[in-house]
Ligand binder design. Sequence first.
Ligand SMILES: *[C@@H]1O[C@H](CO)[C@@H](O)[C@H](O)[C@H]1NC(C)=O
Ligand SMILES: *[C@@H]1O[C@H](CO)[C@@H](O)[C@H](O)[C@H]1NC(C)=O
Ligand SMILES: *[C@@H]1O[C@H](CO)[C@@H](O)[C@H](O)[C@H]1NC(C)=O
Ligand SMILES: [Zn+2]
Length: 581
Amino acid sequence: MFSTPLLRWGSLFPVAAVALAVALRLQSPADTSEPHSARYCYKHIRTHDKTRPRAECFSVQDGKFGRVWTEDQWPAEFPDIETTDGYVIPGLWDGHGHLLQYGQFLHSVDLFGSKSLADVRRRVKAYRETNPKAGKRRHWIRGVGWDQAAFGRMPTAADLKEDPLLDGLYIMLDRIDVHCTWVSQAVLDLLPDDPRDLPGGEIIREPGMGVFCDNAMKLVVDKWPKPTDGDKAKAVKAAMAKLNEVGLVGMHDAGSTRDEHKLYAWMADRDREDWTVRVYAMLECDKRNTFCSRRAKVEREDDMFTVRSVKLFADGALGSWGSAMLEPYSDHNWTSGSLLINASDLTAVTKEWAEAGYQVNIHAIGDLANRNAIDAFEAALKQQCPDAARPEALAACQHQRRFRIEHSQIIHPTDQRRMRTLGIIPSIQPTHATSDMKYALARLGPERTAKEAYRMHSLLDVGPGPILGSDFPVEPPNPFHGIYAAVTRKSPATGLGLNGSAEGWHAEEALTLDAALWGFTGAAAYGAFLEGRAGVIQEGAFADWVVLDEPIEDMDIEQLRSLRVRETWVAGKIVYPKGED
Ligand SMILES: *[C@@H]1O[C@H](CO)[C@@H](O)[C@H](O)[C@H]1NC(C)=O
Ligand SMILES: *[C@@H]1O[C@H](CO)[C@@H](O)[C@H](O)[C@H]1NC(C)=O
Ligand SMILES: *[C@@H]1O[C@H](CO)[C@@H](O)[C@H](O)[C@H]1NC(C)=O
Ligand SMILES: [Zn+2]
């Protein structure tokens, strides 16, 4: 691209003006080989480029990396450039998060780690004190993060009403996995007296009304006064600022609607100063698990926002016994969970999307859901491939399509092998393993826990290796916490394994630091068709990088729990801390 820099100069990059300013400041008058390029040198640069794994300097032009040098390759004609104190890694990507929901979470009641019903009530009241307008019919109090394990039973509307300060308020609180929501009596009063169960959903009736799971959540969500585009834009900006703060330069938005995409496209154009995270969005139809492609793809020259994939949902979550299992749960042996869509319908809709040229990403937690997802992908690949009889042809076809399983949480050993043969990409959240470890054994029993659950190391040779993420706001977005969980299989919040143990949980499934970092860079890039352009510091890639105070390779792994990034750069522009250039 350096052969035509001036042609591209007038192009759409939001950073052009700033890049120019930086360039003029740093450009050496003697250097005419790279007009308008800025050069940066650090103590050490980790590139993730196999041909040059480490470097000391790079140049940036038009929001992309130009040349990358090691000290000994220093071109003689360049004068010395001052080295900035700091250690660089490629900008990090979260392979599975929820942008708008995270922004909304930042404006809602944080119920993560709530220890009792009284604790929940206390937190809601504290929120209301700072948000006195919340709780009205047109402006409900929203929260997320509760887990009935802390209460000893499912919560009810009456549990909220018990406090006179909460009585009469419109409250809607999502479970930690956002697969159930708990509402107040005022919300219940908006529903029919005895709401009917929906397929793929559950209305919890014992010990009382108040909680709606999976497809039944629609009953209350339909009554919730929808935020305006202005509210949403505010939430997205708040989310992006927080993501930059922890070193994220990009994210895979695991399910957003066409309307949300319109807003995002508008923001990526008009709010360039605030649109500081690359978003690779998976389309979610207004009606889940359907085909709704009508010119839904979005591709932009600056790659700040892309849509070319779809999100489908095979099942619910393990915590609420909603994930679909081949065998019954060990601690609820009368059920094996439920599918949100049966196998034949999942295959049919997957084929339809594949035919329309979309990457298909299926949410699958339980081993039945994972099996159905693999069946659906195999059928779609056979349909798409000219030479489907040969397994290599299917794998080559998969390289074009890059079908993914979101979560890939509990997978039968046979299906782990099938994923490997087909190259189906596992998209995994390492902190889910360390959050769920407390009930995984109870739900699954020893056999499934040991052979099927929360695999990471076993899936290293599947496709590009696991794409890693956090599922924010389900878990905090800090990728260094995800890396810590992947490397130690211990909770980044406590630094401990199961039951306060100093050992990691099923440490045989841990990743090396390199593999974990790859999950948040190269693998995430591959899963978004961005290999060579994102998650790597090499010529032509997006100039996205993170500056740390120390080399990550030399850190004590425990340091990752409290690590704070020094700077985050996107498209050659500093985005964290803000306002410094
Ligand atoms: C479920 O577990 C209970 C208690 O362990 C046992 O009595 C019962 O036979 C089990 N039912 C099934 C269907 O396995
Ligand atoms: C799958 O579900 C659809 C409706 O959602 C139904 O029409 C169809 O018969 C089901 N197929 C099987 C094999 O159960
Ligand atoms: C963890 O503690 C729980 C009870 O506190 C116990 O039932 C369980 O067996 C323990 N698990 C392990 C692996 O020690
Ligand atoms: Zn998710």
